[in-house]
Design a protein around this ligand. Sequence first.
Ligand code: GTP
Ligand code: MG
Length: 488
Amino acid sequence: MAGSHTKKSRGTARAGRRVPLGTEVVRREPQRERAFLVGIEVRTRGRSGAKGTVTAQASTARDAAAMQPAAIGAAKKSNSKPSIPEFDADESLAELRTLAESAGAEVVGEILQRRDRPDPATLIGAGKLEEIAGAAAAADADVLLFDHDLSPSQQRNIEKIVQRRVIDRTQLILDIFAKHARTREGQLQVELAQLHYMMPRLAGHGVEMSQLGGGIGTRGPGETKLETDRRKIARRVRHVEQQIENVRRIRAQQRQRRESAPVATVALVGYTNAGKSTLFNALTQAKVLESPRMFATLDPTLRGVDLPSKRKVLLSDTVGFIRSLPHTLVSAFRATLEEVQRASLILHVSDASSRLSAEQDAQVEIVLKELEAEKKPRLRVMNKIDLLDEEVTQSLLADSLREDSKTVYVSAKEGTGLARLLQRIDAMIEEDAVSRVHLRIPQKEGKTLAMLEAKARIYSRKYVDGAVELEVEAPQSVVRKIKAFVVR
Ligand SMILES: Nc1nc2c(ncn2[C@@H]2O[C@H](COP(=O)(O)OP(=O)(O)OP(=O)(O)O)[C@@H](O)[C@H]2O)c(=O)[nH]1
Ligand SMILES: [Mg+2]
């Protein structure tokens, strides 16, 4: 896989916390929550290797190396079957670290717990939990982030033992979504997913929600503070669903208007952080947010792009995917993802520099299936080739020059490969098909001639008796307008 050729050395991903000499160890940014990460690897029995080993390492959020894609999860993935790519526990924990950062937390320590089978009551044994509680206390953590989904009762039981707030992976992702939702539609969708998540967790929450005073898992999108009363929540769910329905109706109307013109939509999809927004900006000269944080984009954006054939397509940037994307989110974001379902062509953007790109691709595949969009025409865009070795890049580029290649290599950041990408999109789009026509247009038809200059490719031009004879290639929508002048 391309990911194994990255330039960056895979040095130690985790370093001890560095405190400049003479600096008092105090909470530097009191508003940042201190998070302690708990990774869990459930092994099937009979496998070799250390069981139940616990490694605790302090790590700082500022440890830049740990955030580099190439440095993440340096551990060998000897446990995963080659046919079904899986993140291993280390890689998964590294991803959780990025998620925690994206939620605005400071990672103050982490533990990886290996178990033969999960404990139904507390996921990991009570003894180990005590140990984890001690490590979290030593690191002065506010919250424990579990790299696993917890049932409502597991979450309560663990909170009782560790005496700290406990957040699972789904809740963490919901929180990031809540932080990043900008449009009303996005906010409604996140709120709905949060309400569904909270509903079964209301009774006897170990650490009372009302005492939290903000922080991961307590933020609602927009202005609303998450309510804690079941009856109120049920009412709120109905209200939000109704409003989402309204938004959806308006979007459908807008789409109808759009679809009356023969413009194809091309949807960018891919793992969070693959570089979709950066590519979107590079192709459309837009300025949507590009960010190393995960799920920087939540709200869909559409922009026109001109193809080499002079056809226009609409490019859509949308929310990124992640391993085990919480189901509540996929369904809540269905309206947003409708753009993907309706697209004529899907551009699947991958981070070619990530060691995990194969696994990430497999996850994207799962979500596309869930959206029933897996059979759509697809173009694979391997992004971030600027991070690969020069040699590797050259051979990949040469390979992708084949006429029918379904993979294009680009660097959205540096603008490499974009012309080739546009050509491939052009070749795969069927809407508003391009055809070659001969025209004879009186010279006085200045407007028509100017329109052709802008919207068609002109191959030849001859002036004969006050008229222009042209051979042009133009989309159907343009040919229709100049029907009267077509000679053949
Ligand atoms: N080196 C390099 N970095 C890139 C490239 N494209 C994107 N990035 C970086 O990757 C990070 C993520 O980029 P985004 O465009 O925000 O990624 P995204 O896929 O839109 O992510 P979400 O919206 O969070 O799903 C940013 O820090 C970008 O600067 C590239 O071609 N080369
Ligand atoms: Mg984005």
